[in-house]
Ligand binder design. Structure first.
Ligand code: GLU
Ligand code: ZN
Length: 493
């Protein structure tokens, strides 16, 4: 039974992929992997006005970046394809015709103006404002008359009366009074099928067993339950209705739902800032699910191993960027240094700290310096600030004007003493550098470490915040270190 689990991730390719989408994809993926089931990726691109190729490509890139592989879908294929709804229009047309012929759907000729007018009237009379069933029982003759008037019908589903209930996998027993769910449109006047039709039709045809999706879609579930029954009656799919589970809302700042307008909702932001896919995915897993205990650090594979729906929490989850950064920092520290170095290189290149084709020496420097920054960065885009000084020529070392002012001016004596002490060193190692500087600046000049090493740090790295100073100087080498101290001394005088 468990092997038969089939779930789907079915976004519409509009706008930029956002974290809510990835969270939905992740939970579906983890459930499929946990059960040894199938993860179907379907593109719901039936709205030509809003869908874009760019957004479609961005979705594929996002899933791949996150490490969520799909078993059926775009570029992979599968037995129930095609997996882009824009390529399935014939299927929807055929199903719509059959629903009409079977009486589960009917033609509605009401104009927008008429619908508006009746809605206002219903409101004024304190009746439900939804569609009033005006066209439910039109005779052939009435329909012909409307056609003759030039009216173009939409197709509506005939909603039953009574209670619509289901056991939600996350929220438990739910029921809706069908009286509050009006007959809804499934095909537009121009023949375009709507989400209300194509989504359940494809779930039925693709044999989806579990629908895990955001709570914002909860209100469409009663309508879809009716659609599944109708599809069973006309023989579309295997006649079963999938189980539904609605994943909790993701809240942003100020107790509002995280919205597409919030910059932290855009997935591209995380890639640009150098989040690791492992880090972001780990954080998103915590938005409504728990692996047990207080454990918050785990891999995709561990999540898949442990993923049970009964640990999905129906309460809204709060998106906390600080925590997301912290978990990413944990992941950075967990990487093997060589792996981290490789991942930092594109960021160093992007920021101009490394050329397109780094030299062997530059590569070696990055690798050697990686352990110095591994504890100090939370995202890969911080690598340039930390390591840029090692990779730049002495002449090009950029100095923060404020740091320069504050720490170099008046430091001539300190820098002279540092140069004198370092010039005579016989070996250029972290230990020797540290001993020499302590002896001359702290013991010799009687300075506090912060005063003494602050100026040296700015001279060497151009900043007040840098990797550990003595290690950095060893990596930078004797010649460059002395050259930089000498130029700083000139500035200080
Ligand atoms: N295409 C729909 C959306 O992106 C899918 C909804 C669903 O999962 O049923 O909102
Ligand atoms: Zn009507």
């Amino acid at each position: 039974m468990a092997e038969d689990v089939r779930v789907r991730f079915c976004p519409s390719p509009t706008g930029n992929p956002h974290v809510g989408m990835l969270r939905t994809a992740l939970f579906n993926w983890a459930f499929a992997r946990h059960c040894g089931g199938t993860f179907v990726f379907r593109i719901e691109d039936t709205d030509a006005e809003r869908d874009s190729e760019q957004s479609y490509q961005a979705l594929l890139t996002a899933l791949r970046w996150a490490g969520l592989d799909w078993d059926e879908g775009p570029e992979v294929g599968g037995p129930y394809g095609p997996y882009r709804q824009s390529e399935r229009m014939e299927i929807y047309r055929d199903v719509a015709d059959r629903l009409l012929a079977g009486g589960q759907a009917y033609r509605c000729y009401c104009s927008t103006a008429e619908l508006d007018q009746r809605r206002e009237q219903a409101k004024a009379e304190h009746r439900a404002p939804g569609y009033d069933g005006h066209c439910r029982q039109l005779t052939e003759v009435q329909q012909a008359d409307y056609q003759a008037e030039g009216r173009v019908p939409v197709l509506r589903m005939r909603m039953p009366d009574g209670e619509l209930r289901w056991h939600d996998l996350v929220r438990g027993e739910l029921s809706f009074d069908a009286a509050h769910v009006p007959d809804y449109v499934i095909v537009r006047g121009n023949g375009d099928p709507l989400y209300t039709l194509v989504n359940p039709v494809d779930d039925a045809l693709m044999r989806i067993t579990h629908v895990l999706r955001g709570e914002d879609l909860l209100s469409s579930t009663p309508r879809q339950l009716v659609m599944y029954d109708a599809l069973a009656e006309i023989g579309v799919g295997d006649g079963t209705t999938p189980a539904f589970g609605h994943l909790p809302y993701v809240m942003g700042e100020g107790n509002r739902k995280l919205s597409k307008r919030d910059p932290e909702s855009h997935l591209a932001m995380y890639r640009d800032h150098g989040y690791l896919p492992e880090g972001l995915v780990n954080y998103l897993a915590l938005l409504g699910w728990s692996i047990g205990g207080d454990r918050e650090f785990f891999s995709l594979a561990e999540m898949a191993e442990a993923f049970e729906l009964d640990r999905v929490n129906p309460n809204p989850a709060r998106f906390d960027l600080k925590k997301c950064r912290a978990i990413n920092g944990d992941w950075i520290r967990a990487l093997a240094p060589a792996d981290l170095a490789t991942r930092m290189v594109p960021f160093l290149q992007r920021d101009g700290a490394l050329p397109e084709q780094p030299t062997d020496r530059q590569r070696a420097l990055v690798i050697a310096a990686t352990p110095l920054v591994q504890e100090r960065i939370e995202t890969l885009d911080q690598a340039t600030g930390m390591l840029g000084f090692l990779l730049v020529s002495d002449a090009d070392l950029a100095m923060d004007p404020q740091d320069r002012e504050k720490l170099l001016v008046g430091s001539a004596e300190v820098l002279t003493a540092a140069i004198d002490a370092l010039q005579t060193l016989t070996e250029w190692t972290t230990t020797a550098i540290e001993a020499a500087l302590r002896a001359s600046l702290i013991d010799g000049l009687g300075l506090k470490p912060r005063q003494a090493f602050g100026a040296v740090r700015v001279a060497i790295t151009g900043r007040r915040v840098s990797p550990p100073l003595f290690e950095s100087m060893e990596l930078l080498g004797r010649e460059s270190s002395l050259t930089r101290l000498q130029s700083a001394r000139q500035l200080a005088e």
